[in-house]
Design a protein around this ligand. Sequence first.
Ligand code: SAH
Length: 218
Amino acid sequence: MVDNIRHRGKRERLVKELEEKGITQLAVLAAIGKVPRHFFVDGAFDDEAYLDKPLPILENQTISQPFTVASQTELLNLKPKMKVLEIGTGSGYQAAVLAEMGMRVFSVEIHRVLYLRAKEKLEDLGYDVFLRHGDGSEGWAQYQSYERILVTAACPKAPPALLQQLEIGGKMVLPIGTLKNQRMHVITRLSGQEYQTEMLDAYRFVPLRGKFGFSEEA
Ligand code: SAH
């Protein structure tokens, strides 16, 4: 795949658009300015890769809208080299943005085809990310605890396993609500037992499946 001057120009315009929409963290904007989003979308959508909209990927899933990626990343309030767990690898784009920012990224995807595809793309681009195929609603116990956790699918409630795997002092960013609409939540772990929850803007994500997600019939 090529990343030519046309792609780079579109990427710069996207960064300006995100700034106009209120994204302020320079590290986030810089990463979006670097990661070639068109590598992560289906070839048929190459022309739309730098528009601020979600796009279809395999298995009826979507690559989140750039504004959503930027705002979730901003809400994580990242510092260099943090250990971040992402649930819902999807295309791998969000994981690439986190890796570009220098994070130690762990990401779990429930659909095998998406996991395999994301693995190949991230390797091709030289991003060092730990990927796992499995049910991320149960987290990734082997490498706990995490300084930051990001869920990129709609949750009926905060998955208990993720609350458990969050480091004390750590933050989790996730959309919680119904299948139709969710509010972004930021949960901070204050101590072993105490968590503080902030509820923010409305979004619409594809559903989290698995043990602590929405059932398949939903
Ligand atoms: N972060 C992705 C967007 C993903 S869309 C990107 O940058 O492209 C949400 C993803 O969550 C989908 O790929 C879906 O298959 C996955 N998902 C849903 N339930 C899951 C679960 N229980 N564990 C892991 N992944 C899950």
